[in-house]
Design a protein around this ligand. Structure first.
Ligand code: ADP
Ligand code: ADP
Ligand code: ZN
Length: 211
């Protein structure tokens, strides 16, 4: 069983790395940001997007029941890769409860460390596709401008990748999410990774810890 959490500030590469790792070790990639964005048009999704566009966290109660449902799905029976959850101490406490009720536990928490100035550069030139692919105009550009390599779809900028929202997300990250580093360190679960290298270097390093 392999239950892994990817922790890190917005723009640290959690989504990029979680996707690569999920393919490599054949475990589902659970991105709470993706789930919330996919709920667009539903009552839950529209409620959540008000928080998301401002760069604020969606309330814990919503996230906790969402993750509880997702982890109960049979595809998670042999493990999962959590990307973007938990983001607060109450979410982490709830995760412990959820996993132990399923007779599972967290095996590894990987913290991807990247300095602030680099996060802002990365996010301001992030482009995404409906299919879930993520690009960066300088470091990870698509082969053809504006077009997804994987599905040919049109790339676009996320509503929350504006300068103002990014600054807000970094502030909230420091206040609400950063304390999880110590939380998991105290549980002996944390591995820190330098997120400043190339996508390939980092994925190799993560895989070496997971193996
Ligand atoms: P997160 O899920 O943590 O917000 P993403 O995986 O979406 O981060 O990455 C943020 C942006 O940075 C994306 O545009 C992505 O293509 C790019 N990126 C991811 N990893 C790296 C890296 N190691 N070096 C440079 N850019 C990266
Ligand atoms: P990023 O790439 O910036 O790390 P995500 O795609 O993971 O962003 O999440 C986008 C937004 O969705 C967050 O800024 C937040 O509003 C909301 N969100 C995602 N996961 C959580 C969570 N665990 N708790 C609260 N809000 C969340
Ligand atoms: Zn695509």
């Amino acid at each position: 069983m392999t239950n892994i959490i990817l922790l890190g500030p917005p723009g640290s590469g959690k989504g990029t790395q979680a996707k690569l790792l999920a393919e490599r070790i054949k475990r589902p990639h659970i991105s709470t940001g993706d789930i919330l964005r996919a709920a667009k048009g539903t009552e839950l999704g529209d409620h959540a997007s008000e928080y998301m566009n401002r760069g604020e966290l969606v309330p814990d109660s919503i996230l906790i029941s969402m993750v509880e449902d997702r982890l109960a799905n049979p595809d998670c029976a042999s493990g999962s890769i959590l990307d973007g959850y938990p983001r607060t101490i109450p979410q982490a406490d709830a995760l412990n409860r959820i996993l132990s009720s399923l007779d599972r536990r967290i095996d590894l928490v990987i913290n991807i460390d990247v300095p602030d100035d680099r996060l802002i550069t990365r996010l301001s030139a992030r482009r995404v596709c409906e299919c879930g692919a993520t690009y960066q105009l300088t470091f990870n550009p698509p082969k053809k401008e504006g077009i997804c390599d994987l599905c040919g779809g049109a790339l676009y900028q996320r509503d929350d990748d504006t300068e103002e929202s990014v600054q807000n997300r970094l502030r909230i990250y420091k206040r609400e999410t950063q304390p999880l580093i110590e939380y998991y360190e105290n549980q002996g679960l944390l591995t820190a990774i330098d997120g400043g290298g190339s996508i390939k270097e980092i994925s190799g390093e993560i895989y070496a810890h997971v193996k």
